[in-house]
Ligand binder design. Structure first.
Ligand SMILES: Nc1ncnc2c1ncn2[C@@H]1O[C@H](COP(=O)(O)OP(=O)(O)O[C@H]2O[C@H](CO)[C@@H](O)[C@H](O)[C@H]2O)[C@@H](O)[C@H]1O
Length: 549
């Protein structure tokens, strides 16, 4: 049983714990338990448009399991679709007026749910109540996102000071705030003003003197850049403009001075983490730095890469509620059933011999959906069936529909966002294609490996770090490799990698199975990543807080 703070009646209620990690009770405890506050625009299962939601829904649980006190602060999006998900989060009754400069004083409320050992805190404000996903609706990206996420960042700075939700660590009385000796983990540009508020506003007032800010980059291509005049909407001291100041790049459609929230986070954080070592290096180069490589080079001494993990409770082929048959590395029979069921669901003939290839992702240039679509005829010529699941850019959605009309016997384009369908594709396919142009970490290749689905991916960022190339010429042919990588990201080199994979599947089936098993038995747990984050937190605490300005 666990206790949950019910702000409506001011009592702690008892409930059944939602333990997501099998190892929750078993993991080794951290030597020095810390108070950690994650800030994010998304957190699964409450809000997710991509991998950011996955990470913030899992890593805090792994850290809490190691004995840390962990809070996650995210918006309470009320959009009609997922409202029921927030049913377990109670109004704390706490209302805080926030000084948003030229946007006036804005009052926020805080909702709270304690589960999986974590304090999930949802910031409530009218700007989070609207149809669509967190960032946009059918008419496009919301025009006030800068305001909505500045508000989230400032609210998150207040949460550890204002909310009496402490006390879930055994032995302590309930009902006290986390206090100001915390480690913030601000994720992506949406939470990028947290380091600025801590260093530029609170610390100057004597609060958060012992706090540290870690900035986590999941995707550098979105930076929160707006015209310089919007600086006055943040409620930051005037002399804090410099850390955020920016010039639009020459190729942008507008010119002139700007504020760049992500750049501000890079200079004001105590340490910077990104989601793989490969990407940590790429972002310091002009090719991968999205205009910020110079800023990142200057802070390279506090920049680290930590590869994401997998939520092994959600992505477990033995217990997956979305798939028709369980399987594991020692008994792959259920995988054949998953493949047959998927072929049936897609309207293909059920035939185990036909290689079934999948692609899942946001329909965005980053993920290379155009490269996957260009490969449709080549895959058909090689006797493969191919299914793509994705939503996003309408141009790609239409291209998927057109490709299906042109290749009805071998291609299915599933337009939409569906977690159950994603599970069935991961479980039922033989191969997962990932032609991403850049990929900070990538989660689908990790899920695929857990399910014995072999990834074929562009050798970039986290894909290059996590997929070990299989080589038939290695001295131990069946002992090495979890997939194939290719470069450059074009349909030709991708199809050459597919040829190498099919050659192995047709002619050396025992080696194919060994590659499947290598992926299925790799340590992809969040506990491994949690240990590395802990090291970063401890390094941050050893150094004095950054006083760049
Ligand atoms: N149509 C659909 N239906 C159902 N599920 C869908 C879907 N489209 C995508 N998903 C799911 O959304 C997640 C996407 O994960 P990615 O790693 O590709 O993240 P993304 O690029 O959004 O985020 C960024 O952050 C993450 C986390 O750090 C990094 O791994 C990544 O490289 C970086 O670009 C996966 O769980 C995937 O299965």
């Amino acid at each position: 049983m666990y206790t949950c703070w019910n702000g409506m009646n001011g009592r702690y209620t008892m409930g059944v714990p939602l333990i997501k990690f099998d190892s929750y009770m078993a993991v080794e405890q951290a030597e020095t338990p810390l108070d950690i506050v994650f800030v994010s625009a998304e957190v699964a299962p409450w809000s997710k448009t991509g991998g950011l939601g996955d990470v913030v829904g899992s890593l805090p649980i792994a850290l809490a399991a190691r004995g840390h006190r962990v809070m996650v602060v995210a918006p309470r999006y009320i959009n009609g679709k997922s409202d029921a998900l927030y049913a377990g989060a109670f109004d704390t009754g706490c209302r805080v007026p926030l000084d948003m400069g030229a946007c006036g004083t804005q009052e926020v409320a805080f909702f709270h749910q304690h589960s999986d050992g974590v304090d999930w805190v949802f910031v409530d404000h009218p700007s989070y109540h609207r149809p669509g996903n967190p960032y946009q609706d059918e008419n496009g990206v919301f025009g006030d996102n800068q305001f909505r996420y500045a508000l989230l960042s400032l609210a998150a700075c207040e949460a550890p000071l204002q909310l009496n939700i402490g006390g879930f660590r055994s032995g302590s009385p309930p009902g006290f705030p986390y206090g100001d000796k915390v480690v913030f983990v601000a994720n992506d540009w949406h939470a990028g003003l947290v380091p600025s508020y801590i260093a530029g506003k609170y610390r100057r007032a004597g609060v958060y003197k012992d706090a540290r800010c870690i900035f986590a980059i999941h995707n550098l291509s979105h930076q929160g850049v707006e015209p310089a005049a919007t600086f006055s909407n943040f409620g930051l001291p005037e002399d804090w403009y410099d850390p955020l100041s920016w010039e639009y790049p020459s190729w942008a459609s507008i010119n002139g001075p700007a504020v760049n929230i992500l750049k501000g986070a890079l200079v004001a954080s105590d340490r910077i983490v990104t989601v793989s070592q490969g990407y940590a290096w790429e972002i310091t180069t002009p090719e991968g730095g999205w205009g910020l490589h110079g800023v990142l080079q200057a802070r390279q001494h506090v920049l680290n890469g930590i590869t994401n993990g997998v939520d092994t409770a959600e992505w477990d082929p033995q217990t997956d509620a979305h798939t028709p048959a369980p399987f594991c590395a020692n008994d792959l029979r259920g995988k054949a059933d998953c493949k047959a069921a998927l072929q049936r669901e897609l309207g293909f003939k059920v035939n185990h011999e036909v290689p079934l290839v999948g692609w899942i992702g946001r329909l965005d240039h980053q993920k290379g959906p155009d490269l996957a679509l260009e490969a449709v005829p080549g895959l058909a010529a090689r006797g493969c069936e191919f299914v793509m699941l994705g939503s996003g850019d309408a141009e790609y959605e239409n291209a998927m529909r057109a490709a299906e009309a042109e290749h009805p016997a071998s291609f299915r384009g599933w337009v939409g966002f569906s977690v159950p369908v994603a599970h069935r594709i991961i479980a039922g396919c033989d191969i997962l294609l990932m032609p991403s142009r850049f990929e900070p970490c990538g989660l689908n290749q990790l899920f695929a490996m857990r399910y014995g689905t072999i990834p074929i991916a562009h050798a970039t960022g986290g894909l290059r770090d996590t997929i070990q190339d299989y080589s038939p010429y290695a001295s131990e042919p069946s002992g090495k490799g979890t997939g194939w990588t290719f470069s450059p990201p074009d349909p030709g080199s991708m199809l050459r990698a597919v040829d190498a994979a099919l050659e192995t599947r047709w002619h050396r089936p025992e080696e194919w199975q060994a590659i499947m098993r290598n992926g299925m038995t790799a340590d992809l747990s969040w506990n491994r990543a949690a240990l590395q984050y802990e090291q970063i937190f401890n390094w941050a605490l050893m150094d004095a807080p950054v006083r760049a300005y």
